[in-house]
Design a protein around this ligand. Structure first.
Ligand SMILES: [Zn+2]
Length: 146
């Protein structure tokens, strides 16, 4: 049985959770950094149903995903929450694609972008001890290609 998990999550709750993680200092215009309170509601995106804001200062249009890995991917907030959860839990891309109803390639591309961002955030100082846990290093490396 396939659970309709994306239908069971609340869009507003997912948007709120993503806002906290993607924009911990609050949503701002990506161009001039003006707060979203000084923007007007512009439209909603067709597929992901996200509110698009237009900055009153510079007329730049933006939404919750602007300047994130999820920009231009057309995923709903529920799909993004479940995809992030799945990647962090180490679910395979095939399982995730099936579960949230997106293509295998989309999951692979996003996973790759997330991992590249995570790698970029790694400290470049050497580890303090001589022993490294290898199980986490290879968590996603063993995934088979289709
Ligand atoms: Zn602006």
């Amino acid at each position: 049985m396939r659970f309709p998990i994306t239908d069971l999550l609340d869009q507003t709750d997912c948007e709120s959770w993503l806002l906290d993680y993607f924009h911990p200092k609050g949503l701002k215009c990506p161009n001039c950094q003006t707060d979203v309170s000084d923007a007007h509601l512009f439209r909603r995106t067709t597929k992901s149903q996200l509110q698009v804001y237009r900055c009153n200062q510079c007329q730049c249009a933006y939404n919750l995903y602007t300047n994130t890995v999820f920009q231009q991917r057309h995923l709903t907030p529920q799909q993004v929450v479940l995809l992030l959860r799945g990647v962090l839990k180490g679910e395979t891309s095939a399982e995730l694609a099936d579960e949230i109803g997106v293509s295998y390639q989309t999951v692979l591309d996003i996973r790759r972008d997330l991992q590249a961002n995570a790698a970029h955030l790694q400290p470049d100082t050497p580890l303090p001890d001589q022993v490294t846990e290898s199980d986490e290093m290879f968590q996603n490396a063993g995934e088979k290609r289709r």
